[in-house]
Design a protein around this ligand. Structure first.
Ligand SMILES: *[C@@H]1O[C@H](CO)[C@@H](O)[C@H](O)[C@H]1NC(C)=O
Ligand SMILES: *[C@@H]1O[C@H](CO)[C@@H](O)[C@H](O)[C@H]1NC(C)=O
Ligand SMILES: *[C@@H]1O[C@H](CO)[C@@H](O)[C@H](O)[C@H]1NC(C)=O
Ligand SMILES: *[C@@H]1O[C@H](CO)[C@@H](O)[C@H](O)[C@H]1NC(C)=O
Length: 487
């Protein structure tokens, strides 16, 4: 079978012929070599680079190129910059004084004028960085959006592609074997994506770059699909124009894998077997699916979801609770840079409760804590850690309510529907990076699943829900289960 045929089968994921590209993407100008918009984030990245360096040894900014992706109030800048490092202070310089040029990739998130450096990768220019393509990156490319040759040159100069999937598929993008039809079809699915998810790209160059990321992602999705042992379908999602790195830095939660959870008392286990299936959504214990936006605050959503359920079961009142309060006021955690449910429970106790979503609404970025104890509608008395045995977890859930868990989010960038069951080595239980909420379980055609409430909006997954294989410790679903206790 020709190597692109399996990929073509993915095209079925989006029906219909695509209308023309939105004007903005097609008609806009390419970035200037130094667009003024890139300077602020580039200077911020430089400042972070120079932080802690002695005067006289600080680097200066050379050329800057980059892309910007906007969503809501945030802009994510992916920059490539040259830094000139020259030592001007003879008391600290090594002799002979040398000048060094570095090529750096930065990712800078800007929200409301505030910058955060998400990633930095600098190497001396004289070592080979990305192979033959790299020098082209610093030149302007004004190639035509849909033309096959433009697409090929994009792939040849793909700047920070390190993924092995890409390498293993790269023969596909050999100029001699890439069929014209294929390029046209991929371009049309990309257009469909742009329309479905209301994407706007500022420039033609940005649109080209996003299309190359999109195509690469379709191949990643296809590979994940081929290796899935469940019924899940992977393909185009609203995250299909983000690189893996961008997706991780924005939506996932590195703290979860770095920190050990603070020990909490073990919950009393429930006697007797779990009912064959259970779903708290049809029992009124679960609020609607929320959206964390461009902020790694999944831990806050996981915890409010659990407390919402606990409060409902103890007090009979389903209140949508404030994640923003946790983002702003829980100083044990790191707001949009990640956190742990165990810390969040402590913070809720210390603060004196949670306000409602209505009283303390979600902004998706860190702001000054504005919690007021008089407005807290809900309190918790304690928190507990749950068993790692999935049958016991099911029994506890059916009796006591939705459970805060954390999982390895492997494949979720491209998850569309069905029961996900990745191979264990691909979805290690030890690389947990996303907190979510277990709300139910059951079987679909004899495949046991957990129903998981996510916080990426209803336009992801099955109306915002994720289904994961149950009974095999899939993706670490059982290893960080916890709950608040309301007396
Ligand atoms: C699409 O995005 C634009 C600008 O970001 C916004 O004004 C518009 O309301 C969005 N439309 C939909 C249907 O989401
Ligand atoms: C803080 O909350 C009070 C109401 O509790 C509100 O009036 C005030 O505007 C809020 N302050 C900020 C900075 O959001
Ligand atoms: C639970 O916490 C609330 C609020 O802090 C407190 O008023 C209540 O007495 C506590 N209940 C128990 C049984 O400790
Ligand atoms: C669910 O599927 C599993 C595996 O096929 C099977 O062992 C179990 O009995 C099923 N449970 C129900 C309630 O059908």
């Amino acid at each position: 079978m020709a190597p692109w045929l399996p990929l073509l089968s993915l095209l079925g994921l989006l029906p219909g012929a695509a209308p023309a590209l939105p004007r903005r993407a097609a008609g806009a100008q390419a970035w200037e070599a130094e667009s003024s918009e890139l300077l602020a984030p580039a200077r911020f990245a430089l400042e972070m680079y120079n932080r802690g360096r002695a005067a006289g040894t600080r680097a200066a900014l050379g050329a800057v190129r980059g892309r910007v992706r906007r969503e809501g109030r945030g802009s994510l800048y992916s920059l490539q910059a040259t830094l000139e490092e020259a030592c001007n202070d003879p008391t600290v310089c090594q002799l002979p004084v040398s000048k060094k040029t570095l090529l750096c990739s930065f990712q800078v998130l800007e929200e409301l004028g505030k910058h955060t450096l998400l990633r930095r990768d600098c190497r001396p220019v004289d070592t080979k960085i990305t192979g033959a393509g790299s020098p082209q990156m610093l030149q302007s490319s004004g190639s035509n959006f849909i033309q096959g040759s433009a697409l090929i040159s994009l792939f040849q100069s793909y700047p920070d592609e390190k993924s092995e999937n890409f390498r293993s598929f790269s023969p596909l993008f050999n100029k001699d074997t890439l069929p014209e039809d294929f390029v046209m079809q991929v371009a049309s699915i990309f257009k469909e994506f742009v329309i479905t998810y209301n994407r706007t790209y500022e420039t033609k160059e940005e649109a080209q770059w996003r299309m190359s990321v999109f195509i690469n992602n379709m191949m990643r999705a296809q590979k994940i699909q081929a290796l899935d042992r469940g019924t899940a379908r992977y393909g185009v999602t609203k995250f299909s124009d983000l690189t893996e790195e961008e997706f991780r830095t924005i939506y996932l939660n590195p703290l979860l894998k770095e920190l050990r959870s603070k020990r909490m008392p073990l919950a009393m286990s429930v006697n007797g077997p779990a009912p064959p299936e259970w779903d708290w959504r049809n029992k009124g214990a679960v609020t609607k699916v929320k959206d964390q936006g461009m902020c790694g605050s999944c831990w806050a959503f996981s915890v409010t979801g659990n407390v919402e359920g606990q409060w409902f079961l103890k007090r009979g009142d389903l209140l949508s609770l404030s994640e923003q309060e946790l983002v702003d006021c829980d100083k044990l955690d790191k707001a949009c840079l990640g956190g742990l449910p165990s810390n969040a429970y402590s913070a809720i106790k210390t603060l004196g409760g949670l306000e409602t979503e209505d009283d303390y609404g979600y902004n998706g970025h860190l702001q000054t804590c504005n919690f007021s104890a008089e407005k807290a509608k809900v309190y918790i008395n304690d928190s507990v850690e749950l068993s790692q045995n999935e049958q016991k977890l099911a029994a506890w859930l059916a009796k006591n309510g939705p459970i805060s868990i954390a999982i390895n989010a492997f494949g979720m960038q491209f998850y569309r529907h069905g029961i996900s069951h990745p191979l264990r080595p691909l979805c290690s239980p030890w690389l947990i990076d996303h907190a979510v909420l277990l709300v139910g379980y059951g079987n679909r055609s004899d495949i046991p699943f957990w129903a998981i409430k996510n916080s990426w909006g209803t336009d992801w997954g099955e109306e915002g829900y994720y289904y994961l294989h149950r009974g095999s410790g899939a993706c670490g679903v059982n290893i960080m289960a916890s709950s608040a206790v309301v007396n």
